[in-house]
Design a protein around this ligand. Structure first.
Ligand SMILES: Cc1ncc(COP(=O)(O)O)c(C=O)c1O
Length: 444
């Protein structure tokens, strides 16, 4: 038989739950703060609250605001609170989506349809985006039929605005910027990019998926945070994820617009369907009520005071980790990260081997390439593990092989290989085969 079939007979509730729990045992232990990415952990109390809030609306469907007006109310309130954080005014509006990728997708779709109206002469629209932007931009460009030109970043890993300006041509409709970038944790020079957007009448979308729910609190705590939000005149839309630094389970982000005329370009409406008039604000049809309730719940549970404390904890852990890494030669932090995300490399040593050794001690600092580095997304929970991590780091860094050594771990080999492949087509084929293999049921 080629495929697994649904078991002929069901199992008891106890058996199912026990099997699920035992499957979990091989997963990363994120409760202990050993994961630097994927999960944004603010401690047991916050987790308990979001679990309870989500379970109250686990089955409800956000597709129908008239059937579940509670979800509509919560959604509008969540968006409004994020708009306040982004310094929105009486005209700014937004929507929730399933995550950062969908928010970016929606903003780019809105921008494309805006350009169809504003710049009908453009038949092959193009966007200009720094190389450090999240691949969700490339995915959206691919799906939406927009060319994407990737521009370099400067020596501090922030968008090079001169390169962006040079890349603008008669087909350009969108400029992209990020606050904060995933690979290195930087805020791009958004005021300068905003000026370009105004000069050329382009749509500037700011990807605040990662930093959107962290930067406003760091600013209130008097950290020097560059402008990135609706205070920058050229910004037309911003994405900000609740399921990152608002500590909710996955499934909720926001996409915000300077006014509702711009947001209308996002909406979809079909009036001829026998099932009735069908309109949705975003890509999804049915939407989980649980994600909306968790978002609403966490905002009311933490309040500004709670968010400020968590931002303080996360930034202070980030500073201690960066300092400890800088004091561990040959390791160094890439640039001067603005918030709670950073990367570190190793001068002339194989940093991927370090990642493998850290993994042996239980730490997940994932490998990145171009340039070779390890990724650190820091959550409030990490304030409890700084010393333990630095101790294991100190041990693991001893006698690292040189960056060109052959005898390195499998992961090192894979990242090293992809990172150094000059033929990107080969790298792409390699990664596609890997993905194809990953999503296949393995025979026991
Ligand atoms: C800067 C940035 N933008 C967008 C995304 C995509 O978000 P999601 O994984 O929720 O789709 C991420 C994810 O890490 C990100 O860091």
């Amino acid at each position: 038989m080629t495929h697994m079939t649904i078991p002929e007979k069901g199992s008891s509730r106890e058996t199912v739950l026990s099997n699920l729990k035992s499957m979990k045992s091989g997963d990363a232990d994120w409760h202990s703060g050993q994961l630097f990415g994927l999960i944004y952990e603010a401690g047991q109390k916050v987790e308990k609250l979001v679990r309870e809030a989500a379970s109250l609306f686990l089955i409800e469907n956000g597709l129908s605001p008239l059937t579940f007006p509670s979800l509509l109310k919560m959604e509008n309130e969540v968006v409004s609170m994020v708009l306040s954080l982004m310094e929105g005014d009486d005209h700014t509006v937004g929507c929730t989506t399933s995550g950062g990728t969908e928010s970016i997708f929606m903003a780019i779709k809105a921008a494309r349809d805006w350009a169809r109206q504003e710049k009908p002469q453009i038949k092959n629209p193009q966007m200009v985006v720094p190389v450090t932007a999240h691949p969700a931009w490339n995915k959206a460009a691919h799906y939406l039929g927009i060319d994407i030109v990737m521009t370099p970043v400067d020596d501090c890993f922030r968008a090079d605005t001169t390169a962006m300006k040079d890349a603008i041509d008669e087909n350009t409709i969108i400029l992209g910027a990020t606050a904060v970038t995933y690979p290195h944790g930087m805020v791009d020079p958004i005021p300068a990019i905003g000026t370009l957007a105004e000069e050329y009448n382009l749509w500037l979308h700011v990807d605040g998926c990662l930093g959107g729910l962290m930067l406003p609190f760091l600013r209130k705590l008097d950290y020097d945070i560059p402008a990135y939000d609706f205070r920058v005149p050229g910004v037309k839309s911003i994405s900000a994820d609740v399921h990152k630094y608002a500590y909710t389970p996955k499934g909720i982000s926001t996409v915000l617009y300077r006014n509702s005329d711009l947001r209308k370009f996002q909406f979809f409406m079909y009036t001829e369907w026998p099932g009735g008039v069908y309109g949705t604000p975003s890509l999804a049809g049915g939407r989980p009520g649980s994600a909306i309730a968790a978002a609403w719940g966490v905002m009311h549970y933490l309040g500004e005071e709670g968010f400020l404390q968590l931002a303080r904890d996360a930034r202070s852990a980030t500073e201690k980790l960066m300092q400890g890494i800088a004091n561990t030669p040959p390791l160094y932090v890439l640039g001067e990260p603005d918030a709670t995300v950073f990367a570190f490399g190793g001068k002339d040593v194989n940093i991927y081997e370090l990642s493998a050794r850290l993994k042996d001690c239980g730490w997940h600092a994932e490998a990145q390439h171009l340039p070779a580095s390890l990724h650190m997304t820091v959550s409030p929970i990490h304030s409890t593990i700084v010393d333990d991590f630095l101790k294991d780091l100190g041990k693991s860094v001893v006698d690292l092989p040189a960056s060109d050594a052959q005898d390195i771990s499998e992961m090192a080999a894979m990242y090293g290989m992809i990172g150094t492949m000059t033929d990107r087509k080969v790298a792409r084929e390699f990664a596609l085969d890997y993905l194809d293999d990953l999503y296949r049921l393995k025979k026991p």
